[in-house]
Design a protein around this ligand. Structure first.
Ligand code: G3P
Length: 241
């Protein structure tokens, strides 16, 4: 069965990367959540997509220039709709604590491709270890050196290459760095590639797919997972296929 991941939570209907969006994803029945992790000035693991806070909070400037305490004073919900006022930027530890009460799979995207976040890998791995969540987490990033490092530090954690364009025989490329999954951009993903990869045991998880027609195609193509801002739509399509 193709797993449905809520991309940044149910981000089509709720403010992305907030507990409101994560809880909505669970409510509608998504099996997984995708979220984005960065470091604060005081090296705390926080969940936010952009490197700056301006688009999704009432603050300005770079995430990396805020301490955790400063960051948590920002409102991360009102920009989306006033009824979400009071939502905060989640700390990864809070998400892991919440995961004790559900059976979600979590895809952590490390936001370390354009910004240098030293020791991000070690910090994330330690947190996973301390919550005993190794078998419910997939780590991805566009920085494939980082994935290689994670695989060397802890080969038990599933890593997946995240990429935008086409790769030639991506399963060979992934295997070379110890990655076990392929997170592919929907417009660059085709049926033949999905079938070839899945046949070789490399799950293909496709981002970010919001149109029902495309969701249906990908379900028929047999990909392992779909990332969507509207998990309720994808789940409804999946019922019909
Ligand atoms: O992780 C899949 C997808 O989220 C990658 O794109 O822009 O949301 O980081 P982006």
């Amino acid at each position: 069965m193709t797993i449905i991941f809520a991309h940044r939570g149910s981000s089509g209907t709720h403010p992305e990367n907030t507990f409101a969006a994560y809880k909505e994803a669970v409510r509608v029945g998504a099996e997984g959540i995708e979220l984005d992790v960065q470091l604060t000035k005081d090296d705390e693991l926080v969940v936010i997509h952009d490197h700056t806070v301006g688009r999704t909070t009432n603050g300005t400037g770079f995430v990396r220039d805020y301490t955790l305490e400063e960051l948590q004073r920002l409102d991360a919900g009102a920009w989306f709709h006033e009824r979400f006022q009071g939502e905060r930027i989640p700390v990864l530890k809070e998400v892991f604590t919440w995961m004790q009460s559900n059976d979600l799979i979590l895809n952590i995207e490390l936001k370390n491709v354009t910004v240098d976040l030293p020791c991000l890998e070690e910090l994330v791995l330690n947190e996973i270890e301390s919550f005993n969540l190794a078998d419910r987490i997939i780590i991805s990033t566009f920085d494939h050196y980082s994935l290689k490092k994670i695989n060397e530090l802890n080969p038990k954690i599933e890593c997946a290459i995240l990429y935008l364009e086409k790769l030639y025989e991506p399963w060979n490329y992934a295997a070379n760095i110890g990655a076990k999954g392929l997170h592919t951009h929907s417009p660059k993903t085709d049926r033949v590639m999905i079938k070839e990869a899945e046949r070789r045991g490399f799950p293909v998880r496709v981002y970010t797919v919001n149109h029902e027609e495309r969701i249906k195609e990908l379900l028929e193509d047999g990909c392992s997972a779909i990332f969507t801002d509207y998990p309720e739509k994808a789940l409804a399509v999946r019922k019909m296929v």
